[in-house]
Design a protein around this ligand. Structure first.
Ligand SMILES: *[C@@H]1O[C@H](CO)[C@@H](O)[C@H](O)[C@H]1NC(C)=O
Ligand SMILES: *[C@@H]1O[C@H](CO)[C@@H](O)[C@H](O)[C@H]1NC(C)=O
Ligand SMILES: *[C@@H]1O[C@H](CO)[C@@H](O)[C@H](O)[C@H]1NC(C)=O
Ligand SMILES: *[C@@H]1O[C@H](CO)[C@@H](O)[C@H](O)[C@H]1NC(C)=O
Length: 739
């Protein structure tokens, strides 16, 4: 089994042998030169390479002669059937059929010999020898009157084959047999040129098949301009004349080919293509004089882009062609937009297909974005909208709670000013300009720039920045308005136990909780002023976490519902030293809050008095508080804000009233009240304000409720910390701790 398998494998792997046919050979009868035997039948099949014929020559022949060689014979066959001869006998033998020296030629490359004998060879004939040779067939010579010649022009015999060639001016076709008249033809890729029929202006030869290809760069269009010298044979048919046998065919991609003929020059023909094929055909009859043309090219045009709203197209031409560029620029205040995106610059190119490479961009109005936010202020549009180019805005402070002046006329107004993109704050005090917080390097003071405290108009400029006329961005800083409650309390001086304060009349009032009830005064959006003795008990400062600050309501029940304001730090006056509740000198302290108030009608600061301010005796003040009040001879803690209006008391009169008491009146104190008593600040009011309406403009915190001898005691007055003596300390403490 294994052996067989192996054999199969090996056999299959044997390469097919290349058959090499012999170019010559020898054939002889069996046993030659001994006599041949009886009853023989032997055949030889001769084969030589294709393109050759076999020339067979008998060199010896000695075969029994007989009529028609019917006993013994050697036959020469073509394809086993057609006989080329049947031979027997000897040379010069009158009987038989001896081939002699004449060779026998096969028409093809095959020949067979068959040697046959009868039952006897009594005369001892020897048989035959022959040799054969492959000889080349001269195909060119095989001229047959009826058949087409192998080559239409010239035939060259080659060994085993033949080749055709053509007379001058003709070329061999792909069939390798026929010749066609050669054309100058070819490819024309220059942007203009000249071409004409072969031999023009001589008449065209017959049998032409010429092809010309004009193919220029895409983006150019070919125009043919035929000269007037034009004649191509046309044939008259029923419908008129037709280009039946001779023609010049113009072929453009994607269009029906057009055949031209006749005596009339087609003149100028625009092809609208960058590639044109011309086929010139003449058949073997008739006559055409031919044609000549010049071709030129024009660049493809792109549709006119039109105009761009709020922009310009440059260059401004009436027509744009392939390879032209246009730029689109927007007018000042507009930006280039494409596919909904802003683009930096725009160049649009006319392409070879006659289309712009991108759609035309649009010009869209720019906007400056929302103007920088203003704390406690806002923006008013004077003209324009959506922050668009040339919109005009004005900043405003949230009046009446904030203003550029902090509500204090004569005080400098404050701006944030941006010069050369750097920001600094500016106080404008009359004509003196002082730059604060100037970042390095300091910008030059805006001399020559006139700034006023009234808000300036800002315009959205082409650089998308809000600017005023002088290119200096001036934004006001909104300061809290102090001492101007939206409602003023009536001054009821002598009503027992005080009056109920109406809402919003004492917006600076703070309810202070430090182991009991106290008062405080809002003096800025994060500073509360109070009496030092509220924050120092028996000489020991309280912890800031023990201090609870509430503001914004006149009703304690409502107030305590609110989350108190977080305290950041406590600042007791450094010279306050009152361990035994005897020395109330410097009874002033400040509380810094964690977060700033946003002022409204119920929370507003009171103004500080001018440094060292003094007050006329008898001037009525306002004292508010949540302290002990008295009704019908009963004292009780008030749950509503109460107030009264004590007059300022002469310092000496007040000092005299205190004779015999351990407490001392100092120049840092101010007294207010009536000799009859009846109306006085009391326990729980400590730290609240003695407010005085200053110069008919606003309330100042002239005093802080500090101490007194009993409440409402006859002949005794309330004693207040004289705030005007501490303005420097207050401002410095606030400035030093403002971060
Ligand atoms: C066509 O050729 C003629 C003769 O050469 C010339 O006068 C004419 O301007 C050409 N026309 C065009 C469209 O090129
Ligand atoms: C472009 O040219 C035409 C005519 O030459 C003129 O009417 C038009 O105003 C021009 N457009 C611009 C934007 O210059
Ligand atoms: C601001 O704009 C308004 C309205 O256009 C105008 O009346 C006013 O004079 C402008 N103010 C300044 C300072 O330019
Ligand atoms: C004022 O502000 C306080 C604290 O922000 C708030 O509790 C109060 O409701 C406000 N009052 C008014 C009248 O807006």
């Amino acid at each position: 089994m294994i052996t067989v398998l192996l054999c199969v494998l090996v056999c299959e792997c044997v390469a097919v042998p290349v058959v090499v046919f012999p170019m010559h050979g020898k054939v002889q009868s069996p046993d030659f030169p001994q006599p041949y035997g009886p009853n023989l039948l032997k055949q030889w099949d001769l084969l030589v390479p294709e393109g050759y014929q076999i020339k067979l020559t008998f060199t010896h022949m000695d075969i029994e002669a007989s009529q028609d060689c019917s006993y013994d014979a050697v036959r020469v066959l073509l394809d086993y059937q057609k006989s080329l001869g049947k031979f027997c006998g000897q040379e010069n033998d009158p009987d038989g059929n001896h081939p002699g020296n004449e060779p026998i030629l096969s028409p093809g490359n095959k020949m067979s010999l068959v040697f046959q004998t009868d039952n006897t060879n009594s005369e001892q004939h020897k048989g035959f020898t022959a040799h054969y040779q492959a000889i080349d067939i001269d195909e060119c010579a095989q001229l047959d009157a009826d058949s087409e010649p192998l080559c239409s022009h010239i035939c060259h015999n080659t060994l085993g084959s033949y080749l055709c060639s053509c007379h001058h001016g003709y070329t061999l076709r792909a069939d390798k047999h026929t010749c066609v008249a050669s054309c100058v033809g070819g490819l024309f890729s220059e942007l203009d040129g000249h071409l004409s029929s072969p031999g023009f202006p001589e008449a065209s030869r017959r049998g032409l098949d010429c092809q010309y290809l004009i193919s220029v760069e895409p983006g150019f269009l070919v125009t043919l301009n035929f000269t007037s010298d034009f004649q191509i044979e046309s044939t008259d048919v029923e419908e008129g004349s037709s280009c039946l046998y001779h023609w010049l065919q113009v072929t453009v991609p994607d269009k029906e080919p057009e055949k031209l003929c006749g005596d009339q020059s087609p003149g100028v023909k625009a092809t609208h293509s960058h590639s044109v094929t011309l086929d010139y055909h003449t058949d073997t009859e008739g006559s055409s004089h031919g044609w000549s043309l010049h071709y030129s090219t024009q660049r493809v045009s792109c549709p006119h882009p039109g105009s761009v709203t709020n922009g310009r197209v440059t260059p401004n031409w009436t027509q744009y062609s392939y390879k032209d560029y246009i730029h689109i620029r927007c007018d000042q205040g507009y930006k280039l937009m494409m596919y909904g995106q802003e683009i930096k610059s725009s160049v649009v190119r006319c392409q070879s297909n006659g289309k712009w490479h991108v759609p035309l961009p649009q010009c869209q109005i720019i906007d400056c974005g929302p103007p920088g936010g203003l704390l406690n202020g806002g923006i008013t549009f004077i003209s324009g909208s959506d922050n668009q180019y040339l919109s005009v805005i004005k900043y405003h402070c949230d009046e009446p709670f904030y203003s550029q002046f902090g509500g204090v006329e004569g005080e400098p107004c404050v701006f944030s000013i941006t010069i050369n993109e750097k920001q600094c704050s500016v106080f404008i005090d009359f004509s003196v300009i002082v730059l604060l917080n100037v970042p390095p390097p300091p910008p030059p003071p805006p001399f020559g720039v006139s700034l006023s405290c009234s808000p300036v108009n800002l315009t959205c400029a082409a650089d998308r920045k809000w600017r005023n006329k002088n290119d200096v961005l001036v934004v006001p800083i909104c300061l809290p308005v102090c001492g101007k409650p939206i409602k003023r309390a009536g001054q009821f001086g002598r009503i027992l136990g005080g009056n109920l304060a109406l809402p919003d009349t004492f917006p600076w009032q703070v309810l202070l909780g430090v182991n009991g009830r106290g008062g405080g005064i809002v003096i800025s959006d994060r500073w509360i002023m109070t009496a030092a003795h509220n924050l120092v008990h028996n000489g020991v400062p309280v912890d800031k976490d023990q201090v609870i600050v509430r503001a914004g309501n006149n009703d304690v029940a409502e107030l305590i519902k609110e989350e108190p304001a977080s305290v950041a730090s406590l600042h007791v006056h450094p010279r306050y030293n009152n361990p035994n509740s005897v020395n109330y000198d410097n009874d002033i302290a400040l509380i810094k809050l964690q977060n700033r108030f946003t002022f409204n009608s119920s929370i507003m600061p009171i103004c500080l008095p001018p440094e060292g301010a003094t007050y006329e005796t008898g001037l009525l003040g306002l004292v508010s508080g949540f302290g002990v009040t008295e009704k019908d001879g009963q004292s009780f803690i008030s749950n509503k804000l109460m107030y009264f209006s004590p007059p300022v008391v002469d310092q000496e009169v007040c000092r005299a009233s205190l004779v015999g008491h351990r407490q001392q009146l100092t120049d840092n104190m101010i007294c207010a009240g009536t000799p009859e008593g009846r109306s006085d600040a009391c326990q729980g009011d400590s730290g609240s304000a003695l407010a005085i309406h200053h110069q008919g403009r606003h309330y100042i915190a002239a005093g802080i409720v500090s101490w007194g001898i009993n409440c409402n005691a006859r002949g005794k007055y309330g004693v207040y910390t004289r705030v005007g003596n501490y303005v420097d300390w207050i401002k410095k403490t606030m400035a030093d701790n403002d971060a």
